[in-house]
Design a protein. Structure first.
Length: 255
């Protein structure tokens, strides 16, 4: 039986779509590991990136620390995290904690980098005009810089999510569940497990593609519209206008 025929038979077998080892259960486990990792990575990298981009300080230190997740191979990160958790909290060694720790370190660099770059790329004349209107630093960050940087920030989260989904298959090698179990168990069965390996790889790829498409939609929605026909209209501050309020709103100030 060829690899394609074996794959079709495996996917069409109802036994592989039910129970704790069925495809829906494995997909749910994989989404849980990946979702928790992306959420934690975003919660850590987003505020740090906003501060670095807004203040333009500690850029080198923050990015250098975050890039350790890129410098160290993913499997090495997972192995180190597993050993640390096993030696510190023995009961959590075979939980999702080691995998989440490794995936968070993997997801930090793209989110952090895109966040501070997105904030830094906001037009400085626009920021200065907002200061001239009396807006404070937090107001400028929350009401001006963050909305304008949102598409690039979402792109960073999008990249991190796809990378984490693809790499979370390694969780199977430290006793965790998820789609990686199909790949690991399939290799353990030698040639008989080839359909299972292919099924696991295809399911991971499909999950990553769907995630990428969903984040692409969110990124598109978050992109400011400059066309009058668009659902959202964004105006840039014009430094050549004498009245900053007129520059922001596009309407004459009250006499």
């Amino acid at each position: 039986m060829g690899a394609f025929e074996g794959l079709v038979d495996w996917l069409s077998d109802p036994a592989n779509w039910s129970g704790p080892e069925g495809v829906p259960a494995r997909v749910g486990q994989h989404v849980q590991i990946s979702g928790v990792s992306v959420a934690i990575a975003t919660a850590i990298a987003l505020p740090i990136g906003l501060v670095i981009g807004h203040t333009r300080r500690f850029e080198f230190l923050g990015v250098s620390i975050a890039n350790l997740g890129r410098a160290i191979p993913s499997f090495a990160l997972l192995s180190i995290a597993f050993q640390i958790v096993a030696n510190t909290w023995t009961g959590l060694a075979f939980s999702i904690v080691p995998t989440v720790v490794a995936m968070v370190l993997l997801g930090l660099p793209p989110i952090l980098t895109n966040t501070y770059v997105g904030v830094q790329q906001v037009d400085r004349d626009t920021v200065e005009a907002a200061r001239g209107m009396g807006m404070r630093g937090r107001q400028i960050l929350g009401r001006l810089e963050l909305p304008l940087a949102a598409p690039l920030i979402i792109a960073g989260v999008r990249t991190a999510a796809v990378q984490i989904i693809a790499t979370a298959t390694l969780a199977a090698y430290v006793g965790q569940e998820g789609l990686g179990r199909y790949i690991r168990d399939g290799f353990a069965q030698s040639s008989e497990g080839q359909p299972m390996v292919l099924a696991g790889a295809i399911l991971v790829a499909l999950l990553a593609i769907v995630t990428d498409l969903l984040f692409g939609i969110v990124e598109r929605v978050a992109t400011p519209r400059t066309s009058a026909a668009g659902p959202r209209r964004t105006r840039r501050l014009r430094p050549d206008v004498e009245n900053p309020e007129t520059a922001l709103t596009g309407t004459p100030a009250n006499p």
